[in-house]
Design a protein. Structure first.
Lengths: 477, 425
């Protein structure tokens, strides 16, 4: 019996678990995939938005602003890759400028330090911008972040403080009992006094399981290009095009914390939130939009494309409340952009709502706001690296050549509170395979290390989600 | 334990590095170090267990490991030192007061070390183009990998990577893997090639596809990948003018897609060292003796341009290694420089610059042509003056071309030479 059971371990669920770790509670987290941060958290723009976008007064606006402030602190205390970076919304014509001015007004209303720039000022702030840009909104209250690490780190702190993470559990139904709920999954049944619905694109389905049908999933698909570091070095800000006619943020060009360049996303309605395929027509739209803003992008240096699903619903705001049909369930639903930026604030809201719903909150006197340290060899000076290699030579053995990730870092990640169990999970933890050769060299080696460290046969190791087996057996002898 | 200083440091212990080290040692370099990131010498040859290597160099047919083994055995008789599991992190050319370069590397045994070198030879080879680089649309299931990664799984680790295989690209690794997978009991359903001709060696088309009845779809490409966890099927489309033709799609059910869609010289180290890169090859520009445009840094093998046969890598690396040893001993080349330019029909040339004073009898110029050709003439022009012409009965982009220009003819050339290909009259 859990005091609180969180459904979904994306950034929202992880932030809720992190916020709850401060209290003396039995917390469980169930996740349908074989790793944390596998839904919208895996595939997004990795931006901490300044907060000029949401309409003032909406939950999105309030929690975006509150979220980026607490997130900066969380990133510092948990050593999460995060970098302050100015952002611009650029205009090419008077119609765009109207939108830019509207965002400026929203920014002021939301308490963001924003500036309006003319074309030359914009190019001075961001020299890669097109000569055709006539004006821009500018702020330096934005940042870029490693979203996988952000979610994983918060979940790790929760686990270190006693939360139980149950992977590969897909919820099939929820039973309302006297004083508690039972959550059934394809793996078993879990009882809890309270449930948090942080199921991302599937949060409307979870609502429906307690009889609440007001939310309709209306997921939107966004495709992206990832380019090599050569391109990432060309851009020093997060550059947005103007929002589209539906009010969704425009296509952006932004460096990542790993030094690559992202161009995307589109925002197209989709019927299937599981469909993460990419489409050439959509990608060529992105290519053109990126080039319009930053003409110097060389798409010959593309290294990957991906698709993310925004868990949007018929409600055009975060839905964060006690469920109307079940007073033991807290919904953290419809968390589309700026969900990553707002995550820590959403987590804190969940605690408040649990209290309101009747959960008794006693401080956890053993709470540790930390996780085991992460060794990032690349960022260390020569003396530090030498000391680490002397203690464990595996930290001197490069496995991923493109990103210079060592065997020591991979082994360390595999023995962390939330072990990565697939090749891609290792990639999300330590960056091995993230580079220009896309794991061509290192994936067979990471595969072996996973098998060795976890004591799992090679045949059972997956590329990414459960069932994505890489090898089919031994060659004939 | 590394010395503080070597005459010549070789970055990479694949075929180029092995030959360069051997030549440097033979040329009198007292101390030579090969730095290899894998745990053994030989590079990609170790996973090339098929034969066909060495016909030119050793006048016999060897497997990849045998070919590497021959060189490793020759090296054993020299004083060349080898550091395996060691990766070079950066090169600082002519960084010390006496003009030595500094090579920073990392390894389990030696930790992070800075080593000085009289000359450095870049032998990092190349990497495979990926799915992402060519943006194949569709889902991202397991079962899609480069042919070289597949080769490692099958030949080195002893694992099968699938049962029903489609191969995109008719480069040599793809063709070799078509045969390998067939011999291991998989069904290779198709080899799909974007170009109207194969980019592999003719002998590989015959021995790896035709002998096993594997269909080759020229002017076709993959326009769709389906499957949630493991690959389920691919869509193949006809291509005209480089663009898929709507309405020509057909699906092939398969669990594996191997990509053999090109090789890219691996030059991140080179770029970070500020060494000039030739955009046509993505490898460093080199002089006739394989020195890059940065003094004291040499390069050879696939890091300069992708070769068709390892034998030619060895030959090029021998020249680079010898020149590096001479440089370390203090030899400097002065005098006139002739730039080599590409004309119609020629994709690139190696070298990019020739210094006639450093040419003994003749200089070899390597290049690839852009399309398959029958009877052709290779023209070497200096302005409007024809310096030399070479006849060919057959040329293909998949095969490297070599022309040899005698020193006496170089004397006739101005500041530039242009190499072009035209149809024979």
């Amino acid at each position: 019996m859990f005091d609180v059971l969180i459904i979904g371990c994306g950034v929202t669920g992880a932030a809720a678990a992190y916020a709850l770790a401060r209290y003396d509670l039995r917390v469980g987290i169930i996740e349908r995939f074989n790793d944390v941060a596998c839904g919208a958290t895996k595939a997004n723009s990795a931006i901490m938005h300044a907060g000029y976008d949401p309409v003032p007064g909406k939950k999105e606006a309030v929690l975006n602003r509150r979220g980026i402030k607490t997130a900066a602190k969380v990133c510092r205390s948990l050593d999460i890759e995060y970098k302050k970076l100015p952002s611009l919304v650029v205009a090419f014509n008077e119609k765009d400028m109207e939108k830019v001015r509207e965002l400026y007004e929203r920014g002021i209303a939301n308490g963001v330090k924003v500036k309006l720039l003319d074309g030359d000022e914009a190019r001075k702030a961001e020299p890669s911008l097109s000569p055709d840009v006539i004006g821009a909104l500018w702020t330096n209250e934005s940042a870029i972040i490693n979203p996988w690490e952000f979610a994983t780190a918060m979940a790790e702190v929760a686990v270190v403080n006693g939360a139980v993470l149950m992977l590969e559990n897909e919820v099939t139904g929820i039973e309302k009992n006297d004083g508690y709920l039972t959550v059934n999954t394809d793996r078993g049944s879990y009882s809890a006094s309270y449930v948090i619905n942080a199921a991302g694109a599937h949060s409307p389905d979870i609502c429906a399981m307690v009889g609440d049908t007001r939310l309709k999933a209306m997921p939107r698909s966004g495709q992206y290009y990832v380019l090599d570091k050569e391109e990432g070095a060309k851009v020093g800000s997060v550059i947005f095009g103007c929002p589209d006619e539906n009010g969704f943020k425009g296509i952006l060009v932004a460096p990542t914390v790993h030094g690559n360049l992202l161009v995307g996303p589109t925002s197209d309605p989709t019927d299937d939130p599981e469909d993460l395929s990419t489409d050439p027509a959509v990608l060529s739209r992105i290519k053109a939009a990126g080039l319009k803003m930053v003409p110097g992008i060389d798409y010959r240096n593309v290294i990957r494309q991906y698709t993310g699903i925004r868990p949007t619903t018929n409600v055009r705001d975060f839905v964060i409340d006690i469920n109307p049909c079940c007073d033991r369930m807290i919904d953290l639903a419809s968390i589309a952009s700026p969900g990553l930026s707002a995550a820590t604030a959403i987590g804190e809201e969940a605690v408040k709502l649990l209290k309101k719903a009747g959960l008794e909150l006693k401080p956890n006197e053993f709470f540790r706001n930390s996780r085991p340290p992460v060794t990032r060899m690349k960022d260390l000076n020569r003396i530090r690296r030498r000391a680490i290699i002397k203690k464990d030579p595996a930290y001197g053995r490069i496995v991923c050549r493109c990103e210079t990730v060592t065997e020591g870092e991979i082994v360390e990640a595999i023995h962390r509170p939330i072990p990565p169990r697939s090749i891609d999970a290792v990639k999300r933890r330590v960056g091995a395979g993230l580079g220009r050769c896309q794991g061509g060299f290192c994936s067979p080696r990471v595969h072996q290390i996973l098998s060795r460290e976890l004591g799992i046969p090679m045949e059972s190791i997956c590329l990414d989600k459960q069932g994505s087996f890489i090898i089919t057996g031994k060659t004939k002898n | 334990m590394f010395r503080k200083k070597y005459d010549v440091i070789i970055v990479g212990g694949g075929p180029a590095g092995l030959a360069a080290a051997l030549a440097a040692s033979e040329k009198g370099a007292g101390s030579v170090l090969i730095i290899e990131r894998d745990n053994t010498l030989g590079g990609i040859l170790n996973q090339c267990i098929h034969n066909g290597f060495g016909l030119h160099w050793f006048k016999e047919e060897l497997s990849g490991p045998e070919y590497a083994g021959r060189f490793a055995a020759m090296l054993k008789k020299t004083a060349v030192e080898v550091a395996v599991e060691t990766m070079v992190l950066s090169i600082d050319a002519a960084a010390t007061a006496d003009g030595l370069s500094v090579v920073r590397c990392i390894s389990p045994d030696e930790s992070v070390s800075d080593i000085e070198a009289g000359a450095v030879v870049l032998c990092m080879g190349c990497r495979e183009r990926t799915r992402g680089a060519i943006a194949i649309p569709g889902t991202r299931p397991a079962g899609v990998m480069t042919a070289g990664t597949a080769q490692r799984y099958v030949n080195i680790e002893g694992y099968m990577i699938g049962k029903k295989v489609v191969i995109l690209g008719s480069g040599d690794i793809g063709l070799i893997m078509a045969r390998r997978m067939t011999l291991e009991g998989a069904k290779v359903l198709a080899c799909v090639e974007l170009c109207p001709y194969s980019n592999g060696l003719n002998r590989n088309i015959v021995q790896c596809l035709e002998d096993y009845g594997i269909p080759l779809y020229l002017s076709h490409t993959i326009t769709g990948i389906r499957g949630d966890r493991r690959l389920e099927s691919v869509t193949v489309s006809k291509v005209e003018g480089g663009v898929p033709v709507p309405g020509t799609e057909f699906d092939i059910e398969c669990d594996t897609l191997l990509l053999s869609v090109g090789l890219i010289p691996e030059n991140e180290l080179t770029r970070n060292a500020g060494i000039e890169i030739n955009p046509a090859t993505k490898g460093p520009k080199v002089y006739e003796n394989m020195m890059t445009m940065t003094n004291g840094i040499f390069a050879c093998g696939n890091v300069v341009h992708v070769h068709d046969l390892v034998d030619y890598v060895s030959a090029e690396a021998m020249r680079a290694g010898a020149a590096a040893a001479e440089y370390a001993a203090g030899k400097r080349v002065a005098g006139r420089q002739i730039g080599v330019k590409t004309g119609p029909g020629v994709n690139y040339t190696v070298p990019c610059v020739i210094r006639p004073d450093n040419v003994e009898k003749a200089v070899d110029i390597f290049f690839r042509t852009n399309v398959p050709r029958k009877k052709s003439v290779i023209n070497v022009m200096s302005g409007d003056t024809k310096i030399a012409a070479f006849k060919r009965d057959y040329m293909a982009p998949g095969e490297m071309e070599k022309i040899t220009v005698p020193k006496v003819l170089l004397a006739k050339a101005g500041d530039t030479l242009t190499v072009s290909v035209s149809d024979a009259e």
